[in-house]
Design a protein around this ligand. Sequence first.
Ligand code: NI
Length: 173
Amino acid sequence: MAVLPLVILPDPLLKQVSKPVTTVTPEIRKLAADMLDTMYDAPGIGLAAVQVGVPLRVVTVDLGKTDEERQPIVFLNPEIVWESDERGVYEEGCLSIPEFYEEVERPATVRVRYTDLDGKSREIEADGLMATCIQHEIDHLNGVLFIDHISKLKRDRCVKKFIKQAKERERGL
Ligand code: NI
């Protein structure tokens, strides 16, 4: 159990396509547990392994609002097998792009196939916030960020701000 450091924009790792998990090893279980710790600590509702520097297709999600309501789900190799024509709009944020929020339109309902930590193949149908969250996280596995879904003008402005912040951090300002 550990809270891991988060990879922040414009780190090129965020553009990398993550590799599939082939076997559920103790290392994968530990990674998932550490990701949940990191996600709760942030706090956030979803996290992809690449955001803690591990480019593997592992995603954690928990939409529970309080410690008592926790409902963690660990998705290994998640893929969207069906999406609705109906679209939904949510204001999204990302732990790798702190304090930046924009509305993103995505399919309102999706069916996701994934492997669980017991190595069992599963499918869930997600709508509402869950649909947005899982699509956002699967995007991460493909090197795509939610700002890739907003206007170029807004995206350029956001990236510029984070490049400036990263330079300031390097200089210790
Ligand atoms: Ni994100």
